[in-house]
Every structure is written in C-alpha cells, then in structure tokens.
Design a protein around this ligand. Structure first.
Ligand SMILES: [Zn+2]
Length: 113
C-alpha cells in the first residue's frame, strides 16, 4: 500500500472511530412526508379535486428484508430525526472507508484503472 493510501484509509478509519466514540444513537431508515385519504367517503379528501390530510411524517425502515413504516408525532420526530441522520452519517463513513480500502487494494495489485 502506498503511503498516501495508508494515510487516506487511516483518516477514514479515524473519522469512523470518532463518530462511534461520540456514542450517538443511530436509527436506520428514512423519513418521508405523506398526505393521506381517510376512510370517510364524504370527506374533502375524496372530493374532486381531493384535499388530502397532512402532510404527516412517516418513518420507514427495513428489517430482515421486510419493510416497516411508522407514523411519527411531532414529539417523536424531535426525538428520532437526529438518530436517523446519524445512521446516514454512519453509513457514509463506512462507505468511505470501504471505498478507500478497495481503491488501495486495486492499486496494490495493479488491478482496475
Ligand atoms: Zn378525509
């Protein structure tokens, strides 16, 4: 591994370590705002044109290849939004490290471009 590659991998690993040492909660998934129709046939959400309810916030995540969605109250959003953002940051840091590790092996072995 070149000295430059070693340094870049080490920096990426350090960023990941610093993130984990902070000890923030991480919550996988994403937040989506949705508007919805209710079950009342005479409601304005069934009119033409429809006036839908919301927007409401929905948290979606995948567990064991199954998709789950949960409606969040404003209070729940306040509690969980930062955890969801932190999980995205964690994935970015892991991806960066993996990308640099792949890059350094490709260079080391003379593979790829
Ligand atoms: Zn309605």
């Amino acid at each position: 591994m070149s000295a430059r590659d070693v340094k870049r991998v080490e920096q990426a690993r350090q960023r990941l370590i610093e993130f984990l040492v902070q000890g923030d909660h991480v919550l996988p998934g994403s937040l989506i705002e949705r508007t919805v129709r209710c079950g009342k046939a005479n409601c304005h959400c069934h009119a033409a044109p429809p006036e839908l309810h919301g927007p409401y916030l929905q948290w979606s995540y995948t567990r064991e290849n199954k998709r789950f969605t949960r409606w969040l109250s404003a209070e729940q959003e306040e509690r969980y939004r930062s955890r969801i953002n932190a999980a995205r940051k964690l994935r970015e840091l892991v991806s960066d490290l993996e990308r640099l590790e792949i890059h350094s092996v490709e260079r080391e072995e003379g593979w790829g471009t």
